[in-house]
Write a protein that binds this ligand. Structure first.
Ligand code: ATP
Ligand code: MG
Length: 302
């Protein structure tokens, strides 16, 4: 196991987020690479984020699914940050040592390939559904499913990362919380306070909505729901998500893809497809949707 941050050597910066910085680190003793996410208490616990300790609590629980980025260790102690690490910019109070996903995020992949074929989106959809099924089974709603939070490893496996705004649901239905997640991938009920505000909604199907947006973005090659010339500000997005009538579906999309995405992007959360329903959908049951090899060959041969 990883006993101390002292055993880790910083190799590169993998990403900057709202929450902190993610480094690629090398563990000398077992000669392997990890991702180290460092959260600073000073910059957290305000605004859109949960207190970082909640992210840690969730990460410590979600360790036995092949569809969730595995967290190997959590370090709370400021004392673990050595002067050497401090000079390298590691100053956080809370660090997570996670499995390293060599292929980067779906956001990086889309930057490079712009769009993905259905066989690849199928592997992605199936993996995210399996990951959501696992999380929801533990009463955890992710609330921030988007390309930069879906990571790929060298085997072509897709896993869900970043529990920075996730939530543990106490009852099946809970009061709406709009203050979480990236608004572009947020479901209508998360905005629609006038209608659902006082009411309790099923938070789990919000993750299904986000998956639908991601899939459409992958096939179209640009963010769906708003026109390419529109400025994606909060008001434009909110209007498109809550009131937009027309769903831009690529002409070449298969029947199965279209039907799957329509089930995800059903505006009324009561009628939307559930994770269990979609796991049985023909789009992810097709023969072509069977292996990570498709993802690996298409995405990782750069
Ligand atoms: P944001 O606020 O932008 O959502 P965040 O601060 O919550 O981000 P993460 O989403 O966990 O942080 O990570 C930010 C980025 O770092 C990811 O989009 C990805 O590019 C990279 N990254 C995170 N974890 C890993 C990992 N385990 N392996 C490889 N890269 C990773
Ligand atoms: Mg993120």
């Amino acid at each position: 196991g990883i006993r101390s941050l002292l055993d880790l050597e910083k190799v590169a910066v993998l990403g900057h987020g709202n929450g902190g910085i993610v480094y690629k680190v090398h563990h000398k003793k077992n000669n392997s690479f990890y991702a180290l996410k460092v959260l600073n208490f000073d910059r957290n616990g305000i605004g859109f984020r949960q207190p970082p300790t909640l992210e840690a609590e969730i990460l410590k629980r979600v360790v036995d699914s092949p569809y969730i980025v595995r967290c190997h260790a959590v370090f709370y102690d400021h004392a673990n940050v050595t002067p050497t690490l401090q000079t390298k910019g590691v100053s956080g109070d809370l660090s997570f040592v996670m499995e390293y996903m060599e292929g980067g995020s779906l956001h990086d992949i889309l930057q490079q390939h712009r769009r993905l074929p259905e066989e690849v989106i199928c592997v992605l959809a199936k993996s995210v559904l399996e990951g959501l099924n696992y999380l929801h089974g533990m009463n955890i709603v992710h609330r921030d499913i988007k390309p930069s939070n879906l990571l790929v490893n060298e085997k072509g496996e897709v896993k869900i990362a970043d529990f920075g705004v996730s939530h543990v649901v106490e009852g099946r239905f809970e009061a709406n919380d709009m203050n979480a997640g990236t608004c572009a991938y947020m479901s209508p009920e998360r905005f629609d306070l006038e209608r659902w505000g006082g009411e309790n909604v099923d938070e789990f199907v919000g993750d299904v909505w986000s998956l639908g947006v991601v899939m459409l973005e992958c096939l179209l090659g640009h963010f769906p729901l708003i026109g390419p010339q529109q400025r994606p500000d909060w008001a434009t997005l909110m209007c498109a998500i809550c009131f937009g009538e027309r769903l831009e579906m690529p002409e070449k999309a298969s029947e199965e893809f279209q039907s799957f995405v329509r089930r995800c992007l059903e505006k009324d959360w009561r009628k939307r497809g559930t994770v269990l329903e979609l796991l049985k959908h023909p789009f992810v049951k097709r023969n072509s949707c069977c292996s990570n090899k498709v993802m690996r060959d298409y995405v990782l041969c750069r």
